[in-house]
Design a protein around this ligand. Structure first.
Ligand code: SIN
Length: 282
């Protein structure tokens, strides 16, 4: 039986506009309700939270994930889905017997929000670093509240109440925008969504998966989206996380985007991801 932690947490910022590190929590132990609420508050306030030096099993990661809601499902055809928990997936370039043991193996990945191509996307995603390359393979996180605040008033008026189509073509190159096959999963969601817990407005489009704004001339939609993608990825509200083994980082897909920097394909990278079910964006 796991010991119960004290309810005290301490945080320190990861960057000026997004992210906090949470100190003094051991995720191999059961987190009590007061501590869980404090972690949730820190997460809502900072969009992403990081715990360092954790040595957690898949069960520990799932127990932690369940503090934030129901475990989600991996809803695409990636390799590396855990046999024990359908909401846990390995992200890796490692091959065993010639087969990849995880999804999204190599290279740079464009900014996106997990599962935005499905009707009910995940609220939280958590990535636990198990093996990391000596350089690169960082994950970047962008604050979509800040991005929304920075949208010029005339564009805000044009996107108000609009939806955009999100498509994920995992069958081709899942890390980069490419051609889209007809059977790729897709769903239209508001361009600007309201976070159910904080009540704040966040930009909800991304360069990897958002195709066009509905009921708008395609050229105008392309021009607005190009502008919104640049605003979303402004380095002023991006934090680049340089992983250490034992880091676990939880992000909020409702108010962040994330991307990955390139790394040497000959070096091993192994991350364990869990997702928590969200709600239909409004
Ligand atoms: C992801 O988009 O979930 C993968 C991020 C990473 O591999 O750093």
């Amino acid at each position: 039986m796991a010991a119960v932690l004290s309810s005290k947490i301490q945080t320190r910022p990861l960057s000026p506009n997004i992210g906090a590190e949470i100190l003094g929590v051991d995720l191999t132990k059961t987190v009590d309700a007061v501590t869980a609420a404090a972690i949730r508050d820190a997460w809502y306030a900072n969009n992403i939270v990081l715990f360092r030096n954790q040595n957690i099993s898949e069960e520990d990661q799932v127990r932690f994930a369940r503090l934030f809601g129901e475990l989600g499902q991996v809803i695409n055809k990636h390799a590396g889905v855990s046999k024990q928990h359908p909401g846990v997936m390995f992200i890796s370039n490692i091959k065993e017997n010639g087969e990849l043991i995880g999804a999204l193996p190599d290279g740079e990945m464009m900014f996106h929000s997990d599962q935005c191509y499905s009707e009910v996307p995940s609220a939280a995603s958590m990535l636990y670093a198990m093996e990391i390359p000596s350089k690169g393979g960082d994950t970047l996180f962008a604050n979509m509240y800040k991005a929304y605040e920075a949208v010029p008033a005339d564009i805000k008026a044009k996107i108000e109440g609009r939806k955009a189509l999100n498509v994920y073509d995992y069958a081709n190159v899942p890390t980069q925008r490419g051609t889209t096959s007809n059977d790729a999963p897709r769903f239209a969601h508001p361009v600007v969504r309201t976070h159910p817990a904080t009540g704040r407005k966040a930009l909800y489009i991304n360069r990897l998966m958002t195709e066009y704004i509905l009921d708008m001339d395609r050229a105008e939609s392309d021009a607005i989206l190009a502008q919104l993608f640049d605003i979303a990825e402004n380095p002023a509200w991006v934090y680049e996380h340089n992983w250490k083994v034992g880091d676990i980082l939880m992000w909020d897909n409702r108010c962040t985007l994330h991307a990955r920097s390139d790394f040497d394909a000959s070096e091993r990278r192994l991350m364990r991801r869990s997702v928590v079910l969200g709600e239909k964006p409004v």
